[in-house]
Design a binder for this molecule. Structure first.
Ligand code: DP6
Length: 344
């Protein structure tokens, strides 16, 4: 039997309200809000055919086998067998590649797992053609969540919310919802310079960090804070309140890392250069009245967020004052993205 192919390109995203802590089957402890990126994407090709004898599975990343990641995907597919009952009857081959450097320390699970979930949702469409079209993206987002929480936000363009919040109609812990229609035009194009402080693997995985939230002394306060920040940040995005956008975004980034440090077995993923960069950004903003601000992922790299009209001056600032703190001067030039694209 010949192989058939489904291919998707899906982007990474950067959260401004952080998902940190989960319960049950990959459900978020608090609502989160992110911006889908444009240039940091995974391209995924899924090949399938009816299983010849015993179903086979193969996984390659950038043309090479990567057993650790392959095993994670295999386990994920196994977990999905009850709801996607056609899966055990197929031979499956998956080839993926990222447009961003593999060792850049950029979270690749959001782009790769959302690309895989979109391909699976597409496959499901072939086996169950009666499913309504408007359920495709919520379904793909839900499947992505089961692989990696932050991946569920990458199936939509622009600003995306995940987790039940009374202020967001249709919001759910099960899947993300698009929010771009509630965002002021000024925030519909926001640049993100990802300053690569340390491209190495994280010492502590996000999963371990989420787990630490279960017994965290500030757990309840954090849930409350995230909800409040969500309400206020949504207002800032809608009404173009720049100062409160910057204040909440930076506070969320610092809180994420403060939560890691104040967990029962505290740890830190920050690098001394992360602190220097954040300080430089704040100083420069004070001096010049610019509108840029920073956020952080679960790692030492700094995301510098800034509006389109500051592009030339911020690029010069990075070149002259920040690139020296980056590993081999590396940084990624990204911007709000239009969401995943079906390639085949
Ligand atoms: C700090 O989505 O990587 O980036 O659900 O265990 O795969 P899993 O975790 P993951 O956590 C990301 C957390 C974060 C904040 C965010 O993206 O909201």
């Amino acid at each position: 039997m010949p192989w058939k192919n489904i291919s998707w390109e899906s982007p990474s995203n950067i959260a401004v309200i952080k998902y940190w802590g989960k319960y049950g089957n990959q459900l978020p402890m608090n609502p989160s809000l992110s911006m889908t990126l444009s240039n940091s994407v995974t391209r995924l090709h899924l090949y399938y055919r009816p299983a010849q004898r015993k179903p086979s599975f193969a996984f390659r990343f950038a043309g090479k086998e990567k057993p650790e990641f392959g095993q994670r995907i295999r386990d994920y597919l196994k977990r999905l067998e009850t709801e996607l009952p056609f899966l055990p009857g197929l031979d499956i081959r998956i080839d993926t590649e990222n447009t961003f450097p593999h060792s850049a320390g950029i979270a690749s699970s959001a782009s790769s797992m959302s690309a895989l979930a979109l391909a699976l949702a597409d496959l499901e469409r072939m086996f169950r053609p009666k499913n309504p079209e408007e359920e495709f993206l919520p379904g793909a987002s839900r499947l992505a969540r089961l692989a990696s929480g932050s991946a569920c936000r990458s199936v939509y363009p622009g600003w995306v919310e995940w987790g039940y919040d009374p202020a967001v109609q249709g919001s759910s812990d099960e899947y993300a919802v698009p929010l771009n229609h509630r965002v002021h035009p000024r925030y519909q194009t926001l640049f993100d310079a990802v300053l690569i402080v340390d491209p190495g693997r994280k010492k502590i995985s996000s999963s371990a960090g989420h787990l630490a939230m279960n017994t965290h002394p500030f757990r309840d306060a954090r849930i409350e804070q995230a909800r409040e920040n969500m309400g206020n940040l949504l207002k800032s995005l809608q009404r173009n309140h720049r100062k409160s956008f910057r204040t909440i975004t930076e506070s969320e980034a610092l809180t994420l890392h403060a939560l890691m440090m104040s967990a029962r077995s505290g740890f830190s993923l920050l690098h001394p250069r992360t602190l220097l960069i954040m300080e430089k950004i704040r100083q420069k903003r004070e001096q010049n009245g610019w509108d840029m601000c920073f956020t952080l992922d679960a790692g030492p790299n700094v995301h510098l967020l800034y509006p389109e009209h500051e592009r030339a001056q911020v690029k010069a600032f990075i070149h002259d004052e920040l690139a020296g703190f980056c590993e081999e001067g590396q940084w990624i030039d990204d911007v709000t993205g239009r969401g995943p694209v079906k390639l085949a």
